[in-house]
Design a protein around this ligand. Structure first.
Ligand SMILES: [Zn+2]
Ligand SMILES: [Zn+2]
Length: 138
């Protein structure tokens, strides 16, 4: 996704394309794994964005439904871009490394379609996580 596409994605969510918003969204789209606020600050350390602005940007993105909290391991929220999440039949689990704490997205899995409507909603909002050692820490 290029700068122009990121700009128009922000526009879809009625957000002005400020430099911080562009930078945060760009990182989230390209890194392809959930990032915490401090990881995001690290990623953007060469830009002029300050921590508080990055934080407010993440909160704003969650508010409008552009990103979501993918994981809350150890009370630390990690954010990822929402895509094709509207399909209630599929959710993607996350792998959390017990050692370094990195969170990775795993391929989507089909959740049991036999569950009734009420549970489907609950499952969609639920966090499905695998806990173990990542390839770097094993
Ligand atoms: Zn690890
Ligand atoms: Zn994910």
């Amino acid at each position: 996704m290029n700068q122009e596409e990121i700009r128009s994605l922000l526009k879809d969510y009625k957000l002005r394309a400020t430099s911080t918003r562009m930078a945060v969204l760009n990182v989230l789209i390209h890194v392809k794994r959930p990032l915490s606020h401090s990881e995001m600050v690290q990623e953007l350390k060469d830009t002029c964005s300050d921590q508080a602005t990055i934080y407010r940007t993440l909160i704003k993105f969650v508010d409008v439904g552009l990103i979501r909290v993918a994981s809350n391991v150890n009370g630390m929220a990690r954010y990822e871009v929402l895509n094709e999440e509207n399909d209630p039949q599929h959710i993607h689990p996350h792998f959390v490394c017990k050692e370094c704490g990195i969170v990775s997205c795993l391929p989507k899995i089909k959740i049991i379609s036999a569950v009734d409507e009420q549970w489907r909603e609950i499952l969609r909002a639920a966090e499905l996580q695998f806990l173990g050692l990542c390839p770097t820490c094993i």
